[in-house]
Structure formats: structure tokens, C-alpha cells
Design a protein around this ligand. Structure first.
Ligand SMILES: O=C(O)CCC(=O)C(=O)O
Ligand SMILES: [Fe+2]
Length: 365
């Protein structure tokens, strides 16, 4: 039997938390992806160094048809008008460099693209995942999450019959917790790839929301004000949660805090997106505590309840989802606990540019 294990990265206060144990999950011979089960290495990493990100989507802007990579698809369905496209009939793993540039641009435009029937991609394994992700940017190594042994660049989510969310569910009315991945980094992720290796029979969908649409729902004078603001994003609570003895876990890189614009501009599409999230944004710089809390809580509430900006991904075996972490937020849905079925996902997380303020010249301390 494998040891108790559940891995997540939702580690802010008052948020559904999952149990994280240090012990590597024991390989199960009858599980096809047992070589990708989570492992908690004690490796330590130095602080991340800044790097220059060249966005692959930029190159596609000059292609004669920036959507040429979709030409051989058997089906292209828009999940909602502004967010999400579902594609069938394309083998992602075989895309040329030009096609990958076009893919990056299309994900930037649609926020989320879901590719079905990608068993070839998934079965190529972790060396291929790294090669795939490196094309889009420097691969992020998560400071606290589990990864397949020897592949720290592959962030895993995991739950099975031996893990428990019970006390977490008891502490929260919902598992819905909108976030943008590791936004505390100086250069947070851009084009992100995520897929499930094992999934419950039903449930365990993933929610997405467009932070471009979220912003566009706000009144022009309020957006004008938001553009002048920056906010602190922090990885401290995530690290503290992991360090907390009773939940085990590791901290491989010391936590960081960074200040990002509240409204960021996408480097390729030029679109403006709201860039705050409940998980990592802590306070708006220069405002009084109550002002900051009220504005952030209003924005979180707006993100939470705007079903008109959201799409819900129902996983099928072989699905690979790509999202642009700069202009979307997402949340896992933990509604399958009673089934005791395994859910095992892998994320490849290329970092992108330091967030560009929508207001030119905004000072970021
Ligand atoms: O498990 C999911 O559906 C989402 C996981 C997630 O938020 C992530 O890996 O970034
Ligand atoms: Fe996430």
C-alpha cells in the first residue's frame, strides 16, 4: 500500500489545505504511471535569478496564418465566447517549432486550450515533458510540491484512497480557490501545460476564469484607479504550511515576496488582465490596511462569482490543457472524495516576463 499522500499548492491561510507528507509514495507495480508518483526530495535550491524571457507567441505574430497549426484539427470548439477552446485531431507532441509559436499565441488569445486524445504526449514521459516546456520558457521548480523522482521541474497534484481532505473540507465551505500559479515569483509562469495521468470516474474538473474579462466587467474609473496600484504577492504561507511539522513537506527554496502591478499587460497581445489572486496576493502597496483588504476582497469576490467569465474543464483520459497563467486564474474542484479514486496530475511550468504594468511607468518597489 502506498503511504498517505496528497499534494497541492493551495497553502494560504483559511483555504482548503491538503495533507502533505515527506515520504515518497511507494511505487505500485500495477499502476501505469507509478514512475511518476510524487517524491519529496530534500534538495535545496538557491534563489531564482532573473532571466530574459522571449515569448514564443511573439514570433507567430508575423506568420501568414497564426492559426495554421489548427488546420488539421478534426474539431475546434470554443468552450465559451472569450475563454477556452477544445481541439481534437492534433498530436501536440509532433508540433513543429512554428506550430508551437502559433500555439503560444493562440493560448494567449483564448486563455485556455484543451487538447483531447493526447496519449502519445502523456506517454512520452518526463524527459519529453521537460523538453516540451523548455521551448516556452525557463522551467520553474516548485519550492514545496511533490515531483517524480529525478524530475523536480514536473509539479504534481495527487490524491488517492489513502489521502484525506476531511479536515480541510471541515474548515472550509468549498474547495474552490481561484489562483494564478506561483505569482509570488519575480517572473511568474506564462504558458502552462497540465494533464492528468489518472482521474476519478466523475468529478475532479478544473475551473478557469479569464482575468481579461474579469477586468473588463469593472467600470472605467475603477479600472483607471486599479492601473495605478501594485500588490505584494507572497510565497511565505505556502512555505510555512509545508514546514509545519504535522503536515510534513519540504521547502526547497526560501520563500519570496514580490510586488506586481494589479493590472498587467500581456507582452504579445497587449491585453490588460487583473493580476491579483486569493492564494498569493497579500496587500496593495501604499493603501491603508482596510482600503487594501476591502479592494482585494471585492476583487476576489468578483472573480469567485463571475460565472460569465469562467469555463469548466471536464477531463477525459488523454486530455492536455494549456493555459496562459498571466491572464487567467484557475481552481481545482475536490468533489470526488467519497469515491476514493486516484487523481494524479502533472504540470510543466515555464516562467515568463516580469509582469508588465498596464500603466506605463508604474513604479514597482
Ligand atoms: O488539480 C487541478 O485541477 C488544478 C491543479 C493546479 O491548480 C495546478 O497544478 O496548478
Ligand atoms: Fe494551480
Amino acid at each position: 500500500m502506498s503511504q498517505t499522500q496528497t499534494i497541492t499548492q493551495t497553502q494560504a491561510p483559511n483555504v482548503p489545505q491538503t495533507l502533505v507528507l515527506k515520504n515518497p509514495v511507494q511505487a505500485e507495480e500495477d499502476y501505469r504511471y507509478s514512475h511518476l508518483l510524487p517524491h519529496f526530495s530534500e534538495d535545496r535550491y538557491p534563489p531564482l535569478e532573473p532571466f530574459e524571457h522571449v515569448d514564443p507567441g511573439q514570433r507567430a505574430l508575423t506568420h501568414p496564418n497564426p492559426r495554421a497549426f489548427l488546420e488539421n484539427a478534426t474539431s475546434v470548439v470554443e468552450l465559451t465566447p472569450r475563454l477556452g477552446t477544445e481541439v481534437r485531431g492534433i498530436n501536440l507532441a509532433e508540433l513543429t517549432a512554428d506550430a508551437r509559436d502559433e500555439l503560444a499565441l493562440e493560448v494567449a488569445r483564448r486563455g485556455l486550450i484543451v487538447f483531447r486524445d493526447q496519449h502519445d504526449f502523456i506517454d512520452r514521459g518526463p524527459d519529453f515533458y521537460k523538453q516540451w516546456g523548455s521551448y516556452f520558457g525557463r522551467l520553474h521548480i516548485h519550492p514545496t510540491s511533490g515531483h517524480p523522482a529525478g524530475y523536480p521541474e514536473v509539479h504534481l497534484v495527487y490524491r488517492d484512497a489513502n489521502s484525506t481532505f476531511n479536515f480541510e473540507i471541515a474548515e472550509s465551505t468549498t474547495s474552490t480557490f481561484w489562483h494564478s500559479d506561483v505569482s509570488y515569483e519575480l517572473q511568474p509562469p506564462g504558458l502552462t501545460t497540465f494533464f492528468l495521468l489518472a482521474q476519478p470516474t466523475t468529478g475532479g474538473d478544473t475551473l478557469f476564469t479569464s482575468q481579461v474579462s474579469t477586468l473588463q466587467k469593472l467600470s472605467p474609473p475603477f479600472v483607471t484607479f486599479l492601473r495605478t496600484l501594485s500588490a505584494v504577492h507572497s510565497g511565505v504561507e505556502q512555505a510555512n504550511f509545508s514546514r509545519a511539522g504535522k503536515r510534513g513537506g519540504v521547502v526547497r527554496r526560501e520563500p519570496v515576496e514580490h510586488v506586481h502591478p494589479v493590472v498587467r499587460r500581456h507582452p504579445v497581445t497587449g491585453e490588460e488582465a487583473l493580476y491579483v489572486n486569493r492564494q498569493f496576493t497579500r496587500r496593495i502597496v501604499g493603501l491603508k490596511k482596510q482600503e487594501s483588504e476591502n479592494i482585494l476582497n471585492f476583487l476576489y469576490d468578483h472573480i469567485d462569482k463571475s460565472g460569465d467569465n469562467q469555463a469548466r474543464l471536464k477531463w477525459e483520459p488523454g486530455t492536455v490543457a494549456l493555459w496562459d497563467n498571466r491572464i487567467t486564474a484557475h481552481s481545482a474542484i475536490v468533489d470526488y472524495g467519497d469515491s476514493k479514486e486516484r487523481r494524479h496530475g502533472a504540470r510543466i511550468t515555464p516562467q515568463a516576463e516580469r509582469p508588465i504594468p498596464a500603466l506605463e511607468g508604474l513604479k514597482l518597489d
